[in-house]
Design a protein around this ligand. Structure first.
Ligand code: UD1
Length: 358
C-alpha cells in the first residue's frame, strides 16, 4: 500500500508523527511525506520533525505565506504533479488547515482516493477558515477518520456516515508518549517565571483574535492583567500583528517567548497552573495533561473538554482573570479521545478500506 501524506502546518507535524510510526510498523507500506511549506520557520516546522522522529519530507513544496486563496492555490498547483507522479493508494490529509484542503482537492481532481484524518470536527462558525477547510475536505474525501463519537455524529448528520470510521485521536497518542518521556524534566521558562511560584501558559493565533487591533489589544490587556506570570508562547502571526498595531507583548504579567518544540511545550503545560488559549490542539492537550484551560473563543470543536469545567469558553474576556487560576476539577475524566493507539487503527483502516481497481 502506498500512502502520500500532505502536511504543512505545525499541528499537522504532531499528527503525522504517530501516523508515520504506525504505517512503518504495519509493514508493507510505502509512505511518501509531502510538506507544503505553509509553516517554514524552523521553530514551527523542523524541530517537530527532529523531536518527534518524523522521517524527513520526501517532497517540499516551499509554498510559504499568503492570503488564503493565494496560499491554497499555490499548493494546489504544486500538488498536481506530485500526486500524479506518485499515484498513491491514498492521499492522507490531516486536520483543518489550508494544506488539508489543498491536498484533498488536488487528489480528488486526479481521482486518487483521499482519507481525512480528524474528520467531522465542527465549530459551526462560518467565519473560521478552518471550518471551511474541514467541511469541504470531509465532503471531498473518500474515507473519513473522525477522532470521537461526537465528530462521527456530525458526519452521519451530513450523510457521510458510510464513509466514516472512528479511530480515536492521534494527538492523544503523541501527547501521552511525550508526557511520559518528559516526566520529571524541569520546564524551560522565560526569565522572571518560576515553576515553584506558579505560572500560566498562553497562546493566541486565531485571525478573530489577532487581526483586529482593538480585539488584539483587549486580549493582550486581559492576559497582562492575570494574577500569575503568563508565559506567552508567541506564534509568528501574533508577533507580526502586535508589531504592526504597536501592541507590546511584554507587560504586566506577560512574558513572551518563542514557540516551543513539542516536548518542551508539554513539559511547560504539565507544570503550569492553567492554560489560556485559542488553539484547538492546546485545549485538548491541557485536558489530557489535566490542566484547567480557558479558551478565548465563542465555541470549541473539542466539546468534550468542557465537561466538568476542564475547559471554559470566555469570548468576551469577562471571566478569564478568575477562571485562569481556578483549581483542577475533582471529577474523574472520561477517555473521549481514545486510548493512545489511534494511529495503529488509522494504519489498519487504510488497509481494510483500500479501494479496489476502478
Ligand atoms: C495555521 C492554520 C491553523 C492552525 C495554525 C497552527 C489555516 C487556515 N490555519 O494558521 O488552523 O491552528 O496554522 O499554527 O491553515 N508565519 C511565519 N512563519 C511561519 C508560518 C507563519 O512567520 O513559519 C506568519 C506569517 O506572517 C503568516 C502568518 O504567520 O502570514 C499566518 O500563517 P498561516 O500559515 O497562514 O496561518 P496560521 O495562523 O499559522
Amino acid at each position: 500500500m502506498k500512502v502520500l501524506s500532505v502536511v504543512g502546518a505545525r499541528p499537522q507535524f504532531v499528527k503525522l508523527a504517530p501516523v508515520a510510526a504506525a504505517l512503518d510498523a504495519a509493514g508493507g507500506v510505502e509512505h511518501v511525506i509531502v510538506h507544503t511549506g505553509q509553516h517554514y520557520d524552523s521553530r514551527m516546522s523542523d524541530v517537530f520533525f527532529a523531536d518527534l522522529q518524523i522521517p524527513e519530507p520526501d517532497v517540499h513544496l516551499g509554498v510559504g505565506s499568503g492570503s488564503h486563496g493565494v496560499q491554497t492555490g499555490a499548493m494546489l498547483a504544486a500538488l498536481d504533479g506530485v500526486i500524479d507522479e506518485h499515484r498513491p493508494d491514498w492521499v492522507l490529509v490531516y486536520g483543518d488547515t489550508n494544506s488539508t484542503l489543498a491536498g484533498a482537492l488536488a487528489a480528488v481532481k486526479l481521482h486518487v482516493p483521499v482519507a481525512h484524518l480528524e474528520a467531522g470536527l465542527r465549530s459551526f462558525n462560518r467565519r473560521m477558515p478552518e471550518e471551511h477547510n474541514r467541511v469541504l475536505t470531509d465532503h471531498a474525501a473518500d474515507l473519513l477518520l473522525p477522532p470521537t463519537a461526537l465528530a462521527m455524529s456530525h458526519l452521519v448528520r451530513e450523510g457521510l456516515g458510510e464513509r466514516s470510521v472512528v479511530v480515536g485521536d492521534v494527538m492523544t497518542d503523541v501527547c501521552y508518549r511525550i508526557r511520559d518521556a518528559v516526566a520529571g524534566r524541569p520546564p524551560v521558562l522565560p526569565e522572571g517565571v518560576s515553576a515553584d511560584e506558579g505560572y500560566l501558559v498562553a497562546t493566541i493565533h486565531r485571525a478573530d483574535n489577532t487581526d483586529d487591533p482593538e480585539r488584539l489589544a483587549a486580549v493582550v490587556a486581559a492576559l497582562a492583567d492575570l494574577p500569575l506570570p503568563v508565559v506567552l508562547l508567541a506564534h509568528p502571526r501574533v508577533v507580526a500583528r502586535a508589531t504592526e498595531f504597536g501592541i507590546g507583548l511584554d507587560r504586566g504579567s506577560l512574558h513572551s517567548a518563542q514557540p516551543l518544540p513539542y516536548p518542551e511545550m508539554v513539559s511547560v503545560v504539565l507544570r503550569s497552573r492553567g492554560v489560556v488559549t485559542d488553539s484547538g490542539g492546546l485545549q485538548k492537550e491541557a485536558y489530557l495533561l489535566r490542566v484547567p484551560c480557558t479558551t478565548l473563543r465563542t465555541e470549541t470543536e473539542w466539546l468534550e473538554t468542557l465537561d466538568d469545567g476542564w475547559n471554559i469558553l470566555d469570548p468576551d474576556l469577562s471571566r478569564v482573570r478568575g477562571a485562569a487560576v481556578r483549581d483542577v476539577p475533582t471529577a474523574a475524566q472520561g477517555t473521549p479521545y481514545g486510548d493512545g493507539h489511534a494511529a495503529e487503527r488509522v494504519a489498519r483502516v487504510l488497509r481494510d478500506r483500500l479501494p479496489g481497481p476502478a
